[in-house]
Design a protein around this ligand. Structure first.
Ligand code: PLP
Length: 416
């Protein structure tokens, strides 16, 4: 009786309604826009692997065929390197599989310290700090810096965009790799400035979807002219350039970039992110970056694996082997008649139309080549592409196989 009385009464307005979440509708909308994603498990992280369809939580059943992987960010092929695996295994035995706590509690271990020393040396900075992912690094660093204004390249990575949001900063987006547009924005903003603000210019060094490189020297000059700080995300460059460094090292700009950030999860074949800079900056960040303070430390095996990879990147011919494969593949694709953008190890083969791009990716897969189709909204309309990422561990034969697959698939679709 009491329940019946309740229904419809003013005091209970809001009850008997549905306050849940309609995921089915949201997934259907994504499906309709062609944006529904699925998981494709891979048996191992290496130049060749077997794939399985999304098991939706079950045990994957891998295909009997091996596929050639031209889709990984393990650019130096070190995830399958025995020396890196041994370093992770040793750290796991000597230190532990997990850090067990925040670095600020009991999770600060010798593998962390050794890795941070090596990163600081490679980056030419006083100190470095590692986080549990590159994404967490950008979120933590940007929100701790809490700039009043951020000037951000329009193609910066999602973790930078999210970091700016978390920092609650006024964000001004300048045209991609355009120091003149940045300079004009700085000039306009300088007219309104109060003088007690903090300004940060932030950019990727190598852009993950276009494979191009930010004009760092000119960005440094613009930032310096207006007294802003510069932060550079070297996620796709770390380990590949001068002495294991990134573009900042190639251009000799370590003294002019205030915040150097990067990830351990791509060429360093591990997991985690880092920030490198002055003693004071790092001391501040380890106190103020919430994704560092309130998160369990990077796992010791991940720290040790990244350190070993960095050493190999600095001392071996792995980067040279990557660049040789990149040149061979880029030249081969261009000779076939494909348009290949960029100037780095990321080779965006631009097709244009989104459906054709996805069909091309499917035809490549049928020929045992895994290279993902990238379409809007990840890239602008009309620039859908196959993102081809060769690795140092691909053999000449494997690069040739990739080229043959592109030739056959391209001709089958009348693209060549
Ligand atoms: C430019 C850039 N920054 C940051 C990240 C995030 O790094 P992680 O994958 O280690 O979280 C990525 C990776 O996807 C990236 O491409």
């Amino acid at each position: 009786m009491r329940d019946e009385l309740r229904v419809g009464s003013d005091a209970d307005a809001g009850r008997n309604r549905e306050y849940g979440f309609d995921f089915a509708a949201q997934l259907a909308a994504r499906e309709q826009q062609g944006l529904r994603r699925t998981l494709t498990p891979t048996e191992r992280v290496a130049a060749r692997s077997r794939m399985a369809p999304d098991p939706k939580g079950g045990v994957p059943e891998f295909d009997s065929r091996e596929q050639l992987v031209f889709a990984a960010n393990d650019y130096l092929g070190l995830a399958a390197d025995e020396r890196v695996q041994a370093a992770a295994a040793d750290a796991s035995r000597q230190t532990g599989t997990g850090a067990g706590a925040s670095r600020l509690v009991t999770g600060d271990t010798p593998p962390h310290r050794a890795l941070e020393r090596d990163i600081a040396e490679m980056k030419g900075t006083a100190r470095a700090l590692v986080f549990s992912s590159g994404y967490a690094t950008n979120l933590g660093v940007l929100s701790a810096l809490a700039p009043d204004i951020v000037f951000s390249d329009e193609l910066n990575h999602a973790s930078i965009i999210d970091g700016c949001r978390l920092a609650d900063a006024e964000t001004r987006v300048y045209d991609h790799c355009d120091p003149d547009d940045l300079r004009a924005m700085l000039e306009r903003r300088a007219q309104e400035a109060t003088g007690d603000e903090s300004w940060l210019v932030v950019t990727d060094s190598v852009f993950s979807m276009d494979g191009d490189v930010a004009p760092l020297e000119e960005l440094c000059a613009a930032a310096e002219e207006y007294g802003a700080w510069l932060m550079v995300d070297e996620a796709h460059a770390t380990g590949l350039y001068e002495a294991g460094g990134g573009i900042v090292q190639r251009e000799g700009l370590a003294d002019r970039v205030h915040v150097q950030m990067g990830t351990l999860s791509k060429a360093l074949a591990s997991q985690g992110g880092y920030v490198a800079g002055s003693e004071l900056l790092i001391e501040y960040l380890l106190n103020a970056a919430r994704s560092f303070v309130f998160s369990t430390g990077l796992t010791p095996p991940a720290a040790a694996a990244a350190r070993k990879s960095l050493q190999i990147a600095r001392e071996s011919d792995r980067p040279a082997r990557l660049w040789a494969n990149v040149e061979r593949l880029r030249n081969g694709l261009e000779e076939l008649g494909y348009e290949v953008w960029g100037e780095t190890q990321i080779l965006p083969v631009v097709v244009g139309d989104r459906e054709t791009t996805m069909t091309l990716a499917e035809r490549l897969r049928e020929r045992n080549v895994i290279a993902p189709g990238i379409r809007p909204p990840t890239v602008p309309e009309g620039t859908s592409r196959i993102r081809v990422a060769p690795m140092a561990s691909h053999t000449d034969e494997e690069i040739n196989h990739c080229l043959t697959a592109f030739r056959e698939a391209g001709r089958a679709l009348d693209l060549l």
